[in-house]
Design a protein around this ligand. Structure first.
Ligand SMILES: NC(=O)c1ccc[n+]([C@@H]2O[C@H](COP(=O)([O-])OP(=O)(O)OC[C@H]3O[C@@H](n4cnc5c(N)ncnc54)[C@H](OP(=O)(O)O)[C@@H]3O)[C@@H](O)[C@H]2O)c1
Length: 496
């Protein structure tokens, strides 16, 4: 036997020692769940030559992007479930116990008393404003600071003359940059701006989904990724060369240069991931949250989603595969050849089964002998497509509505609520980001690591804004394109 063929672990009985240890430490046998996890982790590290070498030389445990994702997703609870479903189940206190513990802890704490006192005070108390709040509300008097002069550049810009058919109301033009940056403003060189369903909705209706409206003429584009090229007076958190994405809709990102307030932008770490993938950050964040916010998902559970070939859908499928979740990917493609092509592509991304968005999803899954019904259904289409999803859901399952591509309000039969006890909720990533700002950096990092490791990707096609806008628009309006159309900006405009 060659030296390398010999298993040194077997030779020294280490594998058997591990088995003995793991049997004794298993939570089912009264062991501690965390200790059990650590033993498994130690074995994984020492039995992998690369990880072992890294550990021996640095004392640190080397983790792959996939492992890091598992460790961070849902606070690591999903990882535990994957490693040992029984261990996690044994370790988790019942909901009843959790409620009792939480109630007894909270009712006696100082903060609970303080919060009760605050609630009792009502809203009429004294409010404290900082200098920044005052500036936010009233601005800074012009002339009380030195504005930063800007170069005389005529930038490329897409204009929308009014709500209507995109091909008729959109045109490419040029716009002079303002002469100066005022208080709190930055100049951003937009590098990529996607043409998203939300943008086309704004062009068609003049509003975002049921919210504000914008008066024509306006520059469309809610999303983008860009680089700060100049920071104006009073700018605190952004610097030249910072990468930024918009925090709110209606920034008008289909342009080469954008002047906007610092507070409208979210800074992302430069080189965090390829810029093209940053341009679809809203979609990645949405996919991640749709899965992480789902209550009680376990490895092996099933998630159904429509518009599975959309950018969000592709990423849900990929993340679900990493989490050992099974996905029923529903697509609207009618043509048989195109369906087969899209199906194969989604299967290659990790989908478990791909079905057309027609007929009864429940019947199709029964025919396939899918042993577990979906616990979670993700709806981006509305109308009868939502009915299909809700009908196929397991009793007590959750339906999350996050888009409405058909333009028709979601429909679901009353009995799915009453007899199947399904829960319905809506989701919006901008609202989530506003409410969880502190969690955003860790989430971005987690996504970036997966993207860099080639585990998470969105298909995209680039078009130069200044020369190929019409072509880009035509492509974006096509059905069944299986790609995100990105406006690429290499040319910022002309100097005058
Ligand atoms: N709630 C949030 O925070 C949030 C965040 C991001 C996106 N979204 C929403 O998520 C959805 C997907 O966005 P995305 O950027 O990922 O999409 P995308 O990549 O542009 O793809 C569009 C998807 O919509 C489908 N579609 C288009 N018209 C349709 C119709 N009339 N009926 C049924 N399906 C239709 C397309 O199917 P075909 O291939 O068959 O044309 C494709 O699957 C959109 O509704 C978007 O507004 C929501």
């Amino acid at each position: 036997m060659a030296e390398s063929d010999r298993n040194l672990y077997e030779l020294l009985g280490i594998r058997r020692a591990f088995r003995n240890l793991v049997t004794r430490a298993h939570p089912d046998k009264g062991g501690d769940a965390e200790q059990f996890r650590l033993i498994q982790q130690a074995y994984e590290v020492l039995s992998d030559p690369a990880k072992r070498a890294h550990y021996d030389s640095t004392g640190d445990i080397m983790r792959s992007a996939e492992e890091e994702f598992m460790d961070s997703f849902a606070g690591g609870s999903f990882r535990d479930r994957v490693r040992s479903a029984e261990a996690a189940a044994a370790a988790a206190p019942s909901i009843q116990e959790q409620i009792t513990v939480r109630q007894s802890k909270e009712s006696g704490s100082h903060s609970a008393g303080f919060e009760a006192w605050m609630r009792g005070r009502g809203t009429g108390g004294v409010q404290v404003f900082t200098a920044d709040d005052v500036i936010d509300q009233f601005g800074v008097v012009k002339g009380s600071y030195d504005a930063v002069p800007l170069p005389r550049i005529r930038a490329h810009v897409v204009r929308c003359s009014g709500p209507g058919r995109a091909a008729e109301v959109l045109s490419l033009g040029a716009e002079d940059l303002p002469a100066e940056l005022e208080w709190g403003q930055v100049l951003v060189s937009v590098r990529y701006a996607p043409i998203n369903p939300a943008d086309l909705y704004t062009v068609a209706t003049g509003g975002t989904y049921g919210q504000e409206s914008v008066k024509p003429p306006f520059v469309p584009g809610h999303d983008a990724v860009g680089v700060v090229v100049k920071a104006g007076p009073g700018v605190k958190h952004l610097h030249e060369n910072d990468w930024v994405v918009p925090l709110r809709p209606f920034l008008g990102t289909w342009r080469s240069l954008l002047v906007t307030a610092e507070k409208e932008l979210l800074r992302i770490e430069p080189e965090l991931m390829p810029m093209e993938q940053c341009a679809v950050l809203r979609e990645s964040l949405t996919a991640y949250r749709l899965l992480e916010d789902a209550p009680g998902l376990r490895p092996g559970d099933c998630v159904a989603l429509n518009a599975a070939n959309s950018a969000v859908g592709q990423m849900v499928v990929q993340l679900a595969a990493l989490l050992r979740l099974r996905t029923v990917a529903v697509i609207a493609t009618e043509d048989a050849e195109a369906f087969a092509k899209t199906r194969d592509w989604l299967l290659s991304l990790g989908a478990t089964v791909v079905l057309p968005d027609r007929g009864s999803l429940k019947t199709e899954l029964d025919k396939l002998k899918f042993f577990a019904k979906p616990k979670l259904a993700l709806d981006a289409v509305g109308g009868l497509s939502t009915t299909r999803l809700s009908d196929a859901l397991a009793d007590g399952g959750q339906l999350v509505v996050y888009g409405c591509m058909s333009g028709k309000s979601p429909v679901w039969p009353w009995h799915t609520w009453v007899f199947q006890g399904i829960q319905v909720k809506g989701f919006n990533i901008r609202r989530w980001v506003q409410e969880h700002k502190k969690k955003v950096p860790a989430l971005l990092e987690s996504i970036a690591k997966l993207v860099s490791a080639g585990k998470l990707n969105t298909a995209y096609t680039e078009y130069e804004l200044a020369t190929e806008f019409d072509e880009a628009l035509e492509h974006a309006l096509e059905r069944g394109k299986n790609t995100k159309v990105l406006l690429k900006i290499s040319d910022v405009g002309v100097q005058y």
